[in-house]
Design a protein around this ligand. Structure first.
Ligand code: NAG
Length: 154
């Protein structure tokens, strides 16, 4: 248990560090905090940055091609989005994937849970279900990891 928690905290701090570097560079309308990005990443994969692709999802945020496309087809190192593998190279990279998540929230951000605010509790649902299905509740495991992370770092 202790070891598990240390791993969780260690991995999470790593996430928060990369998310923090990214957060300083963003200039978009809806801002997704570094803690929010880190906790979505935790819920999606334990924020495992070496997972790679599995089926139709890739990277620590488990992003699909369609999500990446909706988020503006960001790429690493200014490569063309039409290049073979451009999608996977972006979303397997924590920085590029974080930018995609923020773009996606700028496109679909809304008050999914109707609590009067547009915040991370909405973003995590949008991330999981997409912008048009975000009134759906999260599955228990996803929600628990997200909540513990937010309580720990939020
Ligand atoms: C991350 O995923 C890889 C590939 O599935 C696995 O081998 C590795 O143990 C995972 N790392 C952590 C910290 O869970």
């Amino acid at each position: 248990m202790f070891q598990k928690m240390s791993t969780f905290v260690g991995v999470s701090l790593c996430v928060l560090t990369f998310a923090g570097i990214y957060a300083q560079e963003t200039k978009s309308g809806i801002s997704v905090s570094k803690v929010c990005l880190g906790c979505i990443c935790e819920a999606a994969s334990g924020c495992n940055t070496t997972l790679g692709c599995d089926g139709d999802v890739c990277g620590p945020f488990r992003i699909t091609w369609a999500y990446w496309a909706d988020a503006g087809k960001l790429t690493l190192n200014n490569e063309a989005p039409t290049n073979d593998g451009a999608y996977a190279r972006c979303v397997n990279d924590p920085f590029c994937a974080s930018r995609a998540v923020e773009n996606y929230m700028n496109k679909f951000g809304q008050d999914c849970n109707r609590d009067g605010a547009v915040n991370c509790d909405d973003f995590v649902r949008i991330h999981r279900h997409g912008g048009n299905a975000c009134s759906n509740p999260l599955d228990t495991k996803y929600e628990n990891v997200y909540k513990v992370c937010m309580q720990t770092f939020g």
